[in-house]
Design a protein around this ligand. Sequence first.
Ligand SMILES: [Zn+2]
Length: 247
Amino acid sequence: MLRTVAISVLAAAATTGTARADFGRSAPRDVPPRQGGGAPGRVPAPAGVLTRLPGDGNQLALTIDDGTNTAVVAAFAQFCRDSGARLTFFPNGVNPSWTVNAALLRPMVDSGQIALGNHTWSHPKLTSLSKDAVADQISRNADFLRNTYGTDGAPYFRPPYGLHNADTDQVAADLGYTSITLWSATIGDSRPENEQQLVSFAERSFQPQQIILGHANLPPVTHTYAKLLDIINSRGLQTVTLADVFG
Ligand SMILES: [Zn+2]
C-alpha cells in the first residue's frame, strides 16, 4: 500500500516537474549525494541549542527517537526504503531494535539517506545525574553507534525529554556533541494516540524548516506513513537529514 502511494506520488512529481521529485528515490545528479536536492547550501551545525532549520527553504527534518519497539524501528526503516524519505534517528543503544534492524538500516546510513544522532544509552533524566554518569551515558551510546553503524552521530546530541543544563551541555560538547538538538514541532506520538490524532499533529507541524520530533516506540505511527507523505508532498516539502543541512 505504501509502495503504491509512494510510486504514485513520484509519478505525479515527475509529470509536474516540481521540487516534489526531490522526495523520491533518486537525488538530483548535480548535487553531492549527502546534500538534499535544492538545499540552500550547508552551514555549520550550531554550537548550542538547535531547534529549527536555518533559512527560508522548504525543508523538513524528521527526527525519530528511542526505538523501544523493534517492529516500529523496522517499519520506519521500510518507510525510508520505500519512499526515499530522509530522516535522522536518535537511538538509545540499550534498545535491541537498533541491533536487530542494523542490517536493514546500515545501507541507508552509509548512503546518507539516514543520519544518526546520540540520545544517550538508556534515556535517563540527565539533569539528575552526575557529570561522570552523563559522560558515561553519552560515550557508551557513541561507542554503540560507531560499532554498529560506523558513525557516532556527532555533533548532534538530543538529551532525553529535552532536559539539559550548562553542565550536561558541557559534558556533551567535550565528547564532540556540540549541537544540543531539540525540536520545533512534534507528531505527538510519545503517548498512545490514535492514528487520526497523529495525522492532525502532522498537519499542524509539517511546515518549512521545522525539526519534527517523533518516536519509534508505539505502533500507531506506522499506520500513518501514507498520510504523512501526502502532507509532505502536497506542501512541496523536502525531507532532509540534519547532515544534509549542516556540514
Ligand atoms: Zn527520547
